[in-house]
Design a protein around this ligand. Structure first.
Ligand code: 9MR
Length: 383
């Protein structure tokens, strides 16, 4: 099938259009999740909550929700399970939005990943927690707050969520040290706080996959971040902290037009890191794939090509590790990606970080992910 015909068929499905009677159903290209499953992997995406009619990457936006349901086997709430969303105050929980996302996923027979139970940085904790009075027995109060939060979330979702980012981004990229927060100061140290989070999660969800999730990546400038994460993972092993997998966020940054040359340059250090992680016995989950199209021309065709080739190179190397179980993109459509707000391009051209363009048309990056799944070695899935 030509690129155009494939795109039209896929679009017909996503946009809810009536497929042409001339097109046999067998011509519908397999979804990314179907391709992933052939290798024992799963494919998924982030999705948000939103009001009906709002132009957001949400469950209430029909074209976006259809796209996610069509391509994915697993979803993750982009923001709605975070403390900032769930915890308006020390005593309250606000589950409505995350509940709606989990219910939507179940109605589409999609699995849900939980992101996250503790984002270990003051910047990402609710304001009330940063200025909280832990009272006369701060350790006990800090432990009570953290364990109550985790217990409550796990009790509510039980077996409905089988993989959690228990701790998110605890390592400071500049020097590899752990952050401190009001909670960890009260509890008496960052390591003790993270350990408590994982032990509480294991007790509350004994069968769930427990993940430490971070954005140490393969581009230059990440060496101390990677070293810090390795040190943290070694510490977890030494202390018997129940951590099953490393979440490799995979917010990639292109390094210029020659993607092949970039991949060749980056591969060695990346393999060294993944070798170290997997030799410790951790599984790997690619949790937040997207691409910042830096150092690339404004013109769309070469830009999309380089993004796709860089993605393919990254996935080829990373999926060669059978320890990788899931690949999730951080949103599926350029229109709703966080990257535009985070770091706009210097030339003011709109970012193109995901698999589908602003009109929900598949981009070369989608083909790159599909090709990487097709090329990946098969693996056994226990779950
Ligand atoms: O994409 C998310 C954005 O909408 C939020 O404003 C932000 C803060 O909650 O978090 C973004 O998602 C982040 C994820 O939770 C953790 N890894 C980095 C992601 C991009 O910043």
């Amino acid at each position: 099938m030509t690129g155009f015909a494939r795109r039209d068929v896929l679009m017909a499905g996503i946009m809810g259009a009536v497929a042409s009677p001339l097109v046999a159903r067998t011509d519908i290209p397999p979804s990314l999740d179907v391709l992933a499953r052939r290798k024992g992997l799963r494919f998924g995406s982030a999705i948000s909550w939103g009001t009906a009619g709002a132009d957001r990457g949400s469950i209430a936006n029909p074209p976006y929700a259809r796209l996610v349901a069509a391509e994915c086997g697993v979803i993750v709430a982009e923001n709605e399970m975070k403390w900032q969303a769930l915890r308006p105050s020390p005593t309250a929980f606000a589950f409505e939005r995350f509940d709606a996302i989990v219910a939507w996923a179940e109605s589409k027979r999609l699995a849900t990943r939980g992101h996250n139970l503790l984002w270990h940085q003051p910047k990402w904790l609710p304001r009330w927690l940063n200025s909280y009075d832990f009272g006369a027995t701060p350790k006990r109060e800090g432990e009570r707050l953290l364990t109550t939060h985790i217990d409550t979330v796990l009790a509510r979702y039980g077996k409905r969520i089988e993989s959690y980012d228990v701790v998110n981004e605890a390592v400071r990229p500049s020097d590899g040290q752990l952050y401190d927060t009001s909670l960890s100061t009260a509890i008496g140290g960052a390591e003790a706080t993270l350990d408590l989070a994982f032990h509480t999660a294991r007790a509350g969800a004994p069968r769930a996959e427990l993940v430490y999730n971070d954005y140490m990546s393969w581009e230059p400038g990440n060496a101390s971040h990677r070293a810090g994460v390795l040190k943290l993972l070694e510490g977890f092993k030494r202390r018997g902290t129940p951590v099953d997998a490393l979440g490799v966020q995979s917010h990639l940054v292109t390094q210029g037009l020659d993607a092949r040359a970039s991949v060749t340059r980056l591969e060695r250090d990346w393999r060294q890191f993944l070798d170290a992680v997997t030799q410790m016995g951790y599984a790997l989950v690619l949790t937040e794939l997207d691409v910042r199209d830096n150092g690339l021309p404004t013109e769309i065709t070469p830009r999309d090509r380089a993004v796709a080739d860089f993605t393919k190179g990254y996935l080829d190397v990373t999926l060669s590790y059978p320890a990788v179980r899931d690949v999730l993109s951080w949103g599926l459509c350029d229109r709703y990606s966080w990257i535009e707000g985070f770091e706009p391009r210097k030339d003011k051209a709109l970012r193109r970080p995901t698999l589908y363009d602003r009109e929900f048309r598949p981009k070369p990056m989608r083909e790159a992910v599909a090709a990487a799944f097709a090329a990946a070695p098969p693996r056994n899935r226990a779950t």
